[in-house]
Every structure is written in structure tokens, then in C-alpha cells.
Design a protein around this ligand. Structure first.
Ligand code: C5P
Length: 221
């Protein structure tokens, strides 16, 4: 797609994966590369949109023509997304947000002690940014898109998650040992709240990104 069909639109994309610190040198993280989010950013620019990309812990260079905000934790990602979303026509949450974070942060490096078992790791829930955005709609009529990586019962879990989160579109894909994470390709089904289901065959993350924008477009006010 090369038509500037997103001209005059502002889209916000989150990409990468949050890291939740345990101490100054350790964190709980995930394997999201950020490539799908960056593909969404590049394709949105190519289609004429103004793009804000909120990036967590990717190893990727800032894409040209994109306003990039760098964050680390889920709490910081939430702050940045909510701020940017206030002026956005669409928000796509492609980032892998940690569901939990350590209940306590140790200001000094946690040490092992001879002959002692490790202390159990206490976790607390992180805010669900996608659910919050979908409920609050920082700007009236905006389109909210989520991603869901599932390992089993992909479609059934995806349909349930779409309802639970309250977003307009949910991109569901199957993940596993060597599927999707870090790869250049993706295969998915895009589920819409209005019941439309769009399978996207295995292919470049750009192709899936373009399909997402083509499904966002008719839903914009
Ligand atoms: O519930 P689950 O983590 O599978 O949902 C994935 C979707 O929800 C992604 O779009 C992700 O960006 C978003 N999410 C979020 N805040 C969380 C967890 C997930 O916005 N705390």
C-alpha cells in the first residue's frame, strides 16, 4: 500500500517489551524484539500518518520520520501511551507489557547468602494499558488495537481476549519456541469487535502491519 490514506491522522504505537527491575542489575523481561511495532510505524509513515512510537527495550534504530519515545517499565510505558493517546486517532499496543512486576525494588544488588535458600519472588500486577485505553478512550472515536500472543487455542482465546480488553481490533498470533519472536515473519488473524475476522497468511511483518492499517482505516471517525 503506497496511497497516503492515513494522511492527517496521528497514530500511536507501542513496541518492544517492558523490563521490570528487581535491583539495579536485574529485571524480569520478555522476548519481544519490537519488529512488529516498528513495521507498523514504517508502514504508517509510508501511508502519510504522523507517528508516535513508544519503544521499550528494542535493539532497533529509530525509524525515519517518527517521533520515538524510549521507556523501560510497564508503568513508564503506560504514562507515555496515555499522554500520547490524548491526541491520537488510533493506538496500537504492539508492545509485550509485563503482566506483573516485582513487589519490591532492592536499591542494592541482591546477594546470595551461603547455605540459604533464595527468598521467594513476590510480584504485583501491572496496569493493563490496553484495557484502560479501551475503557477510557482518551480521545472520542479513536480506534484501539491490541495484540495477543497465544500458545494454544489461539482463536478461542483471542475472541475471549477481544471482549475482555474491549479494544476494536485484536491481532492474534501463535507463539512458541521458534515462532514469531525475533523473526521477520508473522502469521495472524485480526479479530474485530464487530465480528469481522481477517486471516493474514505467513509473511513479512510489514504485510501484517499494512493489513492492520487497512482495518483501522474504515473504523476511524
Ligand atoms: O493479556 P495479554 O498480555 O495477552 O494482552 C496483550 C495485549 O494487551 C497487547 O496488546 C499488550 O500490549 C496489551 N497489554 C497492556 N498492558 C498489560 C498487558 C498487556 O496494554 N499490562
Amino acid at each position: 500500500v503506497t496511497a497516503p490514506d492515513l494522511a492527517g491522522r496521528h497514530v500511536v504505537i507501542s513496541a518492544g517489551g517492558t523490563r521490570e527491575p528487581l535491583d539495579p542489575v536485574r529485571y524480569l523481561g520478555n522476548r519481544s524484539s519490537g519488529k512488529q511495532g516498528y513495521a507498523l510505524a514504517r508502514t504508517a509513515v509510508a501511508r502519510g500518518a504522523r507517528v508516535t512510537l513508544i519503544e521499550a527495550n528494542t535493539q532497533l534504530p529509530d525509524p525515519a520520520g517518527v517521533d520515538v519515545i524510549h521507556v523501560d517499565t510497564a508503568v513508564r510505558l503506560r504514562e507515555a501511551v496515555l499522554k500520547a493517546a490524548a491526541e491520537a486517532d488510533a493506538v496500537v499496543m504492539a508492545a509485550a507489557v509485563a503482566d506483573f512486576r516485582p513487589a519490591e525494588y532492592a536499591s542494592g544488588k541482591i546477594k546470595k547468602k551461603d547455605g540459604q535458600e533464595p527468598a521467594p519472588l513476590a510480584l504485583v500486577r501491572n496496569p493493563d494499558i490496553l484495557a484502560e485505553l479501551s475503557a477510557d478512550r482518551p480521545r472520542a472515536g479513536q480506534v484501539i488495537v491490541g495484540f495477543a500472543a497465544e500458545t494454544d487455542d489461539v482463536l478461542a482465546n483471542g475472541r475471549r481476549k477481544l471482549r475482555h480488553k474491549g479494544c476494536d481490533l485484536l491481532v492474534v498470533n501463535e507463539v512458541g519456541e521458534d515462532k514469531t519472536f525475533g523473526s521477520e515473519e508473522n502469521e495472524a488473524v485480526v479479530l474485530a469487535a464487530d465480528g469481522e475476522e481477517t486471516p493474514v497468511p505467513y509473511g513479512p511483518k510489514e504485510a501484517l502491519a499494512d493489513t492492520v492499517w487497512s482495518l483501522v482505516l474504515p473504523r476511524l471517525l
